[in-house]
Design a protein around this ligand. Structure first.
Ligand code: ASP
Length: 334
């Protein structure tokens, strides 16, 4: 019998988008780091990675996370769908952590394949002591090669934790444990080099992407005593709006007329700014409560945080979903 360690794993395609994991010193007078390293550089810096089976490499972008755009992520989803249909066994994507939670969720909405897709990055760049990129990349490749990670959609591996794209959030600006899944926790861990999954996921079908038209959707957050001035004229600039509301879906009473009018013109999704938990449906009945706003035609964002709700709305609008289809999609994904 061939020892397990010698059974060739599936081919994993490592796709680099830039970010801190790929940043190194610049020659500029100010010092500091900027994205410079390629996928080949990243792989070469990981002791033990060559024993992990066949790797293919692709440099897709070399930019900070903050520069990524929806169109680029949609193009990446198309690439993943194509490669997975032609037999690639798994994917690792390295990128800036600033937008990692959003890329992960948007790819999760658009990816149709069964092969694992694992996103990772680093909080400490390669010039720093204790840089976390190599360990994260190794754990991500191991997860992407694992049969246990098939059919789970898009995962994020960071600091040896495995998270579902659906749940993950960046919760710290500098810590090497910068990611968490508030309300659900990681779905697994990488232990002694092996990914161990504790839960399975209820995967939703991909949102069909004809991507026939662009969609501009923004998030407006409630704050204590906010005037709501940003709501004025919003329908002239936006195809859709997400409200990051107080608590379980509440806004100042002064916002309600404006929101009702907006919801008659464009889809307006109600989410919670708290970072976890769900928007309620029928508990509070004051002006500006969830019951009132849903009665005014706002769409319930459920447990999706405002950033993820925005991406779901963008994907649906780009797929030309109508109001009923948008409401149904939000209901199904909660
Ligand atoms: N701090 C970021 C990172 O961790 C920078 C970026 O997102 O590009 O990669």
């Amino acid at each position: 019998m061939v020892p397990t360690s010698q059974v060739p794993g599936p081919t994993v395609l490592v796709i680099s988008l830039g970010g801190t994991i790929a940043m190194t010193s610049t020659s500029g007078a100010a010092g500091g780091v900027a994205p410079r390293l390629t996928a080949a550089d990243l792989v070469a810096a990981v002791p033990g990675l060559e024993g992990e089976g066949a790797l293919e490499l692709k440099d897709f972008r070399q930019i900070p996370g903050a520069w990524l755009e929806v169109d680029a992520v949609a193009a990446l989803a198309e690439l993943l769908n194509r490669y997975s249909a032609s037999g690639t066994g798994g994917f690792v994507i390295t990128q800036g952590t600033d937008t990692l939670e959003e890329t992960a969720y948007l790819l999760d909405l658009l990816y149709e394949g069964a092969a694992p897709v694992v996103i990772t990055g680093a909080m400490r760049n390669p010039t720093m002591a204790g840089a976390d990129g190599p360990a994260n990349l190794l754990a991500a490749v191991r997860t992407a090669s694992s049969p246990a990670a098939r059919n789970l959609g898009v995962l994020v591996v960071f600091a040896d934790e495995i998270h579902a794209a659906r749940h993950i959030q960046k919760i710290h600006s500098t810590s090497i444990s910068a990611f968490a899944s508030p309300g659900s926790g990681p779905i697994g861990h990488v232990v002694e080099s092996r990914p161990r999954l504790h839960f399975s996921l209820n995967r939703q079908p991909a949102v069909a992407q004809s991507f026939t038209r662009p969609a501009t959707v923004e998030v407006i957050e409630t704050t204590l005593g906010s005037s709501g001035v940003l709501l004025h004229g919003a329908e002239e600039h936006l195809d859709g709006l997400v409200i990051a509301a107080f608590g379980a879906g509440h806004v100042p009473a002064s916002w309600t007329d404006r929101l009702e009018k907006l919801a008659a013109r464009i889809p307006v999704v109600l989410t919670s700014r708290t970072g976890s938990g769900s928007v309620l449906t029928s508990t509070y009945v004051f002006a500006g409560s969830e019951t009132h706003l849903l009665g005014c035609g706002l769409i319930n964002g459920g447990t999706l945080d405002p950033r993820k709700a925005r991406l779901l709305l963008i994907a649906l609008l780009r797929a030309e979903a109508d109001r009923a289809e948008i409401s149904a999609a939000f209901a199904a994904r909660n």
